[in-house]
Design a protein around this ligand. Structure first.
Ligand code: SF4
Length: 338
């Protein structure tokens, strides 16, 4: 979908995810299409409830059974949304894996780290002997900065940074093509996070794995990712290379997000931008552009017609009527929520 020298690893097309709730269907992901390239780090950014974690879970088919999913998630030419349970068991871990925010809820508190890693290998590769699995694991954890004797520890005996490294080991141990990291550094303090990010970037380059970083922290994406996808209310607002989006944000929501991040150059009397209004209730999302009740550049067309995610330059796509033609664009401006 975008000019990129790398090959496409995952094609997401027209993806809709609707949760069934007592209050009615919640449109968590609405008509989302984008690609993930081989070997790239793509940052998926947005505020809580915008659908970014739902996107990650949809790629792994980890959503509750009562969820409606439509569209396509093409991985190696096959649509993940059509996989049987047997195909999914083989796919998860081996082709795609996920690192969650809190390692303590993903690791087994009564299982040693080495046993957990050996079990992960042997579930997917039943012919691998325990001794072979262990030597593979020792090499991997040492590369990730964990002394090999520490893999005999239980999760509670490790620091937060070490546990997060164990989670990366679990993510990498089967050599997947894509890792989804969902708020993977949120539980770390700022200094450990910065060191962890430097190491993560190096390791991912070395393994050649693609990574989808899901986060609310746009500064983290600036540091780590090659491209950024900004998500708002279940839709992609803007998608592009880190340099193009940070140098020249085009979507009013992206502009607001970047203006609300403190800068080290910020004058202490300067006030950060505060986005007007609140994120919409996705049981009854606003018609047209879902950002229109909060948008400082809203036009009459925005409340009636839904824009599409289209290329504005070869490295940047935007989902906004400001960059698309329509006869209704010339009508007078309407009020914005404050
Ligand atoms: Fe604002 Fe309209 Fe663009 Fe939506 S489509 S972001 S309301 S200008």
């Amino acid at each position: 979908m975008m000019d990129n020298e790398k090959e496409v690893l995952v094609e997401i097309r027209d993806l809709d995810v609707r949760y069934k709730t007592r209050l009615g269907p919640v449109s968590a992901v609405d008509d989302v299409s984008f690609d993930i390239f081989q070997g790239e780090i793509l940052g998926l950014v947005g505020e809580s409830g915008c659908g970014k974690s739902t996107m990650g879970k949809a790629l792994m088919r980890l959503l509750p059974p009562a969820t409606d999913i439509h569209g396509k998630v093409i991985f190696d030419g096959a649509d993940v949304l059509t996989f049987s349970e047997d195909q999914l068991r083989d796919f998860r871990g081996r082709r795609i894996s996920m690192i969650f925010q809190d390692p303590m809820t993903s690791l087994n508190p009564v299982q040693r780290i080495d046993n957990h890693l050996v079990e992960t290998i042997q579930v997917h590769e039943p012919d691998t002997k325990e001794t072979d699995a262990l030597s593979r694991i020792r090499g991997l954890v040492e590369r990730l900065g964990i002394q090999k004797e520490r893999i005999e520890d239980f999760p509670h005996q490790l620091s937060g940074g070490m546990r997060q490294r164990v989670m990366i080991s679990l993510g990498l141990v089967l050599n997947p093509s894509l890792i989804i990291a969902d708020e993977a550094t949120t539980s770390l303090d700022v200094i450990v996070e910065a060191k962890f990010l430097d190491e993560l970037r190096e390791i991912l380059d070395e393994f050649g794995v693609s990574i989808l970083v899901i986060t609310h922290n746009i500064a983290l994406v600036a540091e780590l990712a090659d491209r950024i996808a900004v998500m708002y209310a279940g839709r992609i607002a803007e998608l592009g290379s880190i340099y193009s989006v940070f140098d020249n944000p085009l979507h009013p929501y992206t502009k607001g997000l970047l203006q609300s991040v403190p800068s080290i150059k910020l004058d202490e009397r300067e006030v950060l931008y505060k986005m007007p209004g609140e994120p919409p209730n996705l049981t009854h999302p606003p018609p047209g552009c879902r950002f229109h009740p909060r948008c400082p550049e809203v036009m009459p067309i925005c409340s009636n017609h839904t824009p599409s995610l289209l290329h504005v330059t070869s490295k940047q796509m935007v989902n906004c009527w400001l960059y698309q033609d329509h006869p209704e664009k010339d009508q007078p401006t309407i009020e914005v929520a404050t």
